[in-house]
Design a protein around this ligand. Structure first.
Ligand code: G6P
Length: 570
């Protein structure tokens, strides 16, 4: 059916009045964008603008996805009785979508455990493992702006569904002919019957107990962490539920919270975008930081799976750390602390995405720790942890992505900003014990391992036209890539869609990851460039990573890479 026909179908359906109104007000371009496709499972579940349409997040598309999920679970026989854990963030309709999900599952005889109020994504992952449910659902659009929401699906290990399972779920969703044929039972009745169980404080207490295992050196925190001056902002999201308590329990006592941003707010009124990747999200933290003389500022995104950090420089200004820098200081500290304590296992391993800094691979190597590279999406790191746990081949030490996601202890199987917040504060306490700041710590790491400077250029291209433009750019790189970047030879080209690694001499080897639309160019000096469409936002991303002996040289390479990429795609 064409988008126009589907639009007509929605127009004639018995929609909620707000969505019906929205349909009537749509211009042709909006109609096309809202109906040309269905929401797909991308890097981290389904994500889309809230509103009317098949390509939007609304109660009908949530029902559709849940009906597919329920049918998939039906196919698993009695295992479905283990049920589904459900959590949601502070966004518009998050709670409503969570309750719709629970009700449709109950219609299929599938029990669910739904949080009484908003909770972080890592808490959901923990809950699946704790309650031994078969599946989990998190209603969130993570760090996206307020007009978005999303639906993340988890497997029984607490990790986000890998692509094969997402494909199976998509098949079940596609078999549903009529989105409006999905009817709902009585939610209150299901709650009274115990088919839907409301959960809360009990599980929080268990999560917080596990959180105590994240910090490594308690004496150090006692001595240097107690009066470490920290500003924390949950950016109007779920971090507030557990973040403050976790910090206090770990022994960090001097915490000033940005109170205006501790209020859950679906509009994220005090920020343009609740994304700790962007310095703009730190404006109020910086202000409070200057007032209280904070050593560091920490922000968690609305579902508290990502963390951003700023450090005070000697001149009193605040310097944001990149996702890669945070990853590097955390990794270095974990390995050094365990080595010193004699607790670094012989089969220790770490995992990171292929678009994250190689600096951490060098750090791992210097401790004889193996590093595994996976595609973008924390689900792939979750998969590694699961495999290592099953075979016993490796002991998980740390996993991270440049996109500000970190996991220290595997009692959670998705990135966990609460864990990361505790450990980054411990790392700051460690550098404090040496008379240094976190920022000095990063400089020390560069001095030891060489200068690694990374930059991501994201170009937003929206709607169906944007999707075509992104495909065109990917095609251009694939068919006719530049021969050099900043005069540096490309030694190896990896195409994760074709699953080929082609060397300079033309020799082709096979890649073993699942197929994914990513191209990565490895240059002769260890620098690299990667290109991929984002799987969470309407963007194409260019990752540039330069290695050099000095920061200036590395910066200059990045500038050249950026200029050349811009010219190439112009
Ligand atoms: O680059 P994208 O596909 O937009 O993904 C960027 C990030 O988005 C989410 O936070 C995912 O959970 C991460 O695993 C991913 O790295």
């Amino acid at each position: 059916m064409s988008y126009k026909e589907i639009y007509e179908q929605w127009l004639n359906a018995d929609l909620t009045p707000d969505l019906h109104e929205e349909l009537l007000a749509m211009d042709e371009k909006t109609k096309e964008d809202a109906f040309y496709t269905y929401l797909e499972f991308g890097t981290a579940g389904q994500r889309g603008l809230l509103g009317a349409g098949t390509n939007r997040m609304n109660i009908y598309t949530v029902r559709l996805t849940t009906e597919g999920l329920a049918r998939l679970m039906d196919s698993k026989g009695d295992a479905k009785k283990r049920g589904v854990a459900i959590a949601y963030d502070s966004r518009h309709f998050s709670k409503e979508f969570a309750m719709e999900t629970a009700t449709i599952l109950a219609d299929h005889g599938i029990p669910s455990y739904v949080y009484d109020s908003l909770r972080p994504t890592p808490a959901l992952s923990f809950t699946i493992r704790e309650l031994k449910t078969l599946t989990g659902v998190m209603i969130t659009a993570s760090h996206n702006p307020a007009p978005y929401n999303g639906y993340k699906v988890y497997g029984e290990d607490g990790g986000q569904m890998p692509p094969e399972d997402a494909a199976a779920l998509t098949e079940y969703i596609r078999q549903i002919d009529d989105i409006f044929s999905i009817t709902l039972g009585d939610t209150d009745k299901y709650i009274a019957e115990g088919m839907i169980t409301i959960i809360g404080e009990d599980i929080d207490a268990k999560y917080l107990k596990n959180i105590e295992t994240v910090t490594i050196n308690h004496e150090l925190i006692n001595e240097y962490g107690r009066d470490l001056n920290i500003v924390y902002t949950p950016l109007h999201g779920t971090g507030e539920m557990l973040g403050r308590r976790a910090l206090a329990t770990a022994g960090f006592e001097k915490i000033a919270v940005v109170e205006e941003q501790a209020i859950p707010d679906p509009d994220f009124s005090t920020v343009k975008s609740p994304n700790p990747e962007s310095q703009a999200a730190f404006a109020m933290s910086e202000e409070l930081g200057r007032k209280v003389g904070a050593d560091m500022l920490v922000a968690t995104d609305p579902d508290a799976d990502r963390i951003g950090v700023e450090v005070r420089l000697p001149d009193g200004s605040y310097q944001p750390l990149t996702g890669n820098q945070i990853g590097a200081v955390l990794a270095k500290y974990i390995l050094e602390a365990h080595k010193t304590a004699g607790t670094l296992p012989a089969n220790a391993a770490m995992a990171k995405s292929i678009v994250s800094t190689e600096l951490v691979s060098h750090i791992a190597e210097s401790y004889n720790v193996e590093m595994f590279n996976v595609l973008t999406g924390f689900k792939f790191i979750g998969e590694k942890i699961h495999a290592w746990e099953t075979t016993g081949d490796h002991t998980y030490m740390f996993g991270f992505e440049e996109s500000f996601g970190y996991l220290i202890k595997p009692f959670v199987r998705d990135k966990d900003a609460i864990q990361a917040m505790l450990l980054i504060c411990e790392v700051a306490a460690y550098y404090r014990s040496l008379g240094k700041t976190l920022y000095d710590g990063i400089q020390d790491i560069y001095a030891e391992y060489g200068y690694f400077v990374e930059k991501t250029l994201s170009v937003t291209l929206e709607g169906s036209t944007g999707k075509e433009q992104i495909a065109e750019i990917m095609g251009k790189f694939r068919d006719n890539a530049p021969e050099k970047f900043d005069g540096l030879e490309i030694l190896l080209t990896e195409d994760f869609k074709e699953l080929t690694a082609t060397s300079h001499s033309g020799k082709v080897e096979k890649l073993s990851t699942p197929p994914s639309d990513v191209l990565k160019y490895h240059l002769e000096d260890g620098s690299w460039i990667a290109v991929r469409p984002s799987g969470t936002e309407p963007k194409i991303k260019f990752y540039m990573a330069a290695v050099a002996d000095t920061e200036e040289q590395a910066q200059s390479k990045i500038e050249h890479f950026e200029k050349e990429i811009k010219t190439f795609i112009a």
